[in-house]
Design a protein around this ligand. Structure first.
Ligand code: CA
Length: 652
């Protein structure tokens, strides 16, 4: 067998590129009433046998078929029979070695994804699927990061036992705390909260949870096995390949029907194991290798997918389009986007725009990598420093805002602006403008707030509540609540798209744990009882979220948006500014906003010049804007709080 470097050299040769690149998007299985065809790209195989099975695991093949080698290294076999529900894998002979593989292009699979399944996708559509549509976009996108299993695992949520931890939980209406019929949990709770987008953590088929194992097995799922198949452990029957597909569609359909758009967390930067279907069917084609032969590991998960290679780029592009088309996914969050290349990200953006309209499907990602990667040729990584090379509708998680507000996510003892660090005022002022106003030396900075995800908590690192506890030992719960409210009011008055980890709004804790990817479900699960106990904090988030949609000056995602921020004033522990809150429609309740962040423990007084100023939100109550009272001359800002004032428009 060739070494990794020898393979790499071969794949980079002009002869290989001329002969073997395949530009049609019909790889995998197509299964309809008129027949079934199998196509596998494996340019180096000397022979490929297709094995068909009745079951998704165990037993022996009921039929073995020698596939025919066609042009461009594509092996094929077709039949006029409809083989819906038939499982399959391949036996390949490559350089004298025989290897079994499932289909990298599979759209369905058996339990644990070890065998693929032929599927007529129309048979997996839930009733009414053809009329399923995403709800219209609201003035602001507010993304709620949620794990399928965490959502419905805790018995307090009141879901039917059989749906706990499953896609199906998202189809349950009107669940209440311990079924008390009074306190909403689940979807109704999310609706009341006012978020617009549910971001589901990885839900393609991943490898770290045994789908036949204990029901309480848990993992975040950043370990892809089958990119184009839903994860089986979230389905009620992982052994029958069509069930997980239908149930995931039902989840999306139900979320759409209740007014939520659905974002999927996608992990194209690495696979669960280097011994993947990619590797078994095209050795080393899909992975990066350093010139000294070391396997690239910028993901810190053992391998890096080579997004810059033509067939790999097509694979990722087609996979994204497939989820958008077949599952009606409304947006994509790219894990370790810094390991993918700028060209590919822009290609995906353009393909989605061409099909669905400009910016209609969201795209954003983590603009970093865990370590150095062996990206080839002239490819440019989609890192933060290259944000200016990405389309203006590709966003990045803004770690600068996150860390300025509450302190470094990685250095857990370090506080930020709200919890006692000094010298953060400049960073906070830049956070307000979503880091769009460039320093003269900066080359390709952020183009517009459309490129920035403004947030302070995500599944990685400590929860906001735990971070506050870590950085403020000895403080009481009242102070932490105050600071949690301040954090929320602060980032929700910054430009950019808003994002938060599920439960941030009720002081979610993981007992200080920074990386809970495989921690027990009892640590990771959403604690609905706590959501009720801390309902005052939830109410504060609710008020802020609702208010945000009335603040066009902050929702503006255009290049002109930062120009709306005026008269920024900074002093130790305090930042204030005005916002031009005019709306394109001309309709706005408040023509100007005055926003003050006071992170000191002292009450502050700020001047308020002119007439018609009202209080929209203070450190205690984010619902004041519903019945605003006037202020004149000066306004009081409570210790450790945010004050939002609005100047009534003349027309109103
Ligand atoms: Ca799985």
């Amino acid at each position: 067998m060739k070494t990794a470097l020898e393979w790499k050299k071969y794949y980079s040769s002009p002869e290989f590129r001329e002969q073997y690149l395949y530009d049609k998007n019909d790889l995998g299985v197509s299964c309809t009433d008129s027949g079934t065809s199998f196509k596998l790209w494996s340019p180096s195989a000397d022979s490929v046998t297709l094995n068909l099975y009745q079951e998704g695991s165990g037993g022996s093949a009921c039929r073995s078929i020698a596939m025919e080698r066609g042009p461009h290294g594509v092996w094929q076999w077709s039949t006029s029979r409809k083989l819906h529900g038939v499982y399959y894998d391949f036996l390949l002979s490559i350089e004298g070695e025989t290897v079994r593989s499932a289909d990298p292009w599979a759209k369905a699979c058996g339990v644990n994804g070890r065998r693929s399944m032929a599927v007529d996708l129309r048979e997996t559509d839930p009733e009414g699927w053809e009329t399923d549509r995403a709800p219209v976009n609201m003035p602001e996108q507010i993304i709620y990061e949620l794990h399928v299993k965490e959502f419905s695992w805790d018995p307090s949520c009141g879901f039917p036992e059989k749906y706990r931890g499953k896609y199906k939980a998202f189809t349950c209406e009107d669940t209440t705390l311990y079924n008390d019929g009074v306190h909403p949990t689940g979807l109704r709770y999310l609706k009341d909260l006012g978020i617009t987008h549910v971001q589901i953590m990885p839900s393609y088929d991943y490898g770290s949870v045994d789908e036949e194992g204990r029901p309480d097995e848990f993992n975040w799922g950043y370990d892809p096995v089958n990119y184009n198949v839903p994860e089986g452990s979230y389905s009620t029957d992982p052994a029958h390949g069509e069930v997980r597909i239908r149930e995931m569609k039902e989840m999306i359909q139900s979320l759409h029907a209740r007014g939520f758009r659905v974002i999927m967390d996608v992990v194209y930067n690495h696979t669960y194991s280097l011994d993947s279907w990619f590797q078994r069917t095209a050795p080393w084609y899909f992975y990066r290798v350093f010139d000294d032969g070391r396997v690239s590991n910028g993901s810190a998960c053992g391998n890096d997918v080579a997004s810059e290679r033509e067939m790999c780029a097509s694979y990722i592009l087609e996979s994204v389009l497939y989820w958008a088309e077949e599952y009606h996914i409304d947006g994509f969050r790219f894990d370790l986007m810094g390991l993918l290349d700028v060209d590919l990200m822009n290609r995906i953006r353009k393909a989605l725009d061409d099909r669905y309209g400009r910016g209609e499907k969201m795209m954003f990602g983590e603009p970093w990598a865990a370590d150095e990667t062996a990206m080839e040729g002239n490819a440019v990584p989609a890192l933060k420093k290259n944000i200016g090379l990405l389309d203006e509708n590709i966003g990045m998680f803004c770690d600068d805002t996150r860390d300025a507000v509450k302190g470094s996510a990685l250095k857990i003892w370090k506080p930020g602006f709200i919890n006692g660090a000094s010298g953060k005022e400049d960073a906070i002022a830049r956070s307000v403008e979503a880091w769009c106003r460039k320093d003269p030396e900066e080359q390709a900075g952020v183009k517009a707030p459309s490129q920035v995800i403004t947030y302070v908590s995500a599944h990685d690192n400590q929860t906001l509540w735990d971070k506050l506890a870590e950085t403020l030992p000895g403080t009481d719960e009242a102070e932490r609540m105050r600071l949690n409210r301040m954090a929320a009011a602060l980032y929700m008055t910054c430009q950019g798209t808003l994002f938060f980890l599920s439960g941030e709004e009720f002081g979610r804790t993981k007992n200080g744990l920074e990386d809970s990817y495989n921690a027990p479900i009892r640590i990771n699960r959403i604690d609905w009882e706590k959501a009720w106990k801390n309902r005052d904090l939830v109410e504060y988030y609710k008020g802020l979220i609702a208010l945000r949609s009335h603040l066009p000056g902050l929702c503006d995602k255009s290049e002109q948006a930062p120009g709306r921020i005026r008269e920024i004033s900074k002093q130790e522990g305090a930042v204030s500014f005005l916002v031009d809150n005019s709306a394109p429609s001309g309709k706005t309740a408040w023509e100007t906003l005055k926003i003050v962040y006071n992170s000191t423990r002292e009450e502050q007084t700020v001047p308020v010049e002119g007439e018609r100023w009202v209080v929209l939100c203070d450190g205690e109550d984010s619902g004041l804007w519903k019945e605003p009272h006037y202020v004149k001359g000066k306004a009081v800002v409570y210790p450790q709080s945010v004050l939002i004032l609005g100047k009534l428009s003349r027309a109103s």
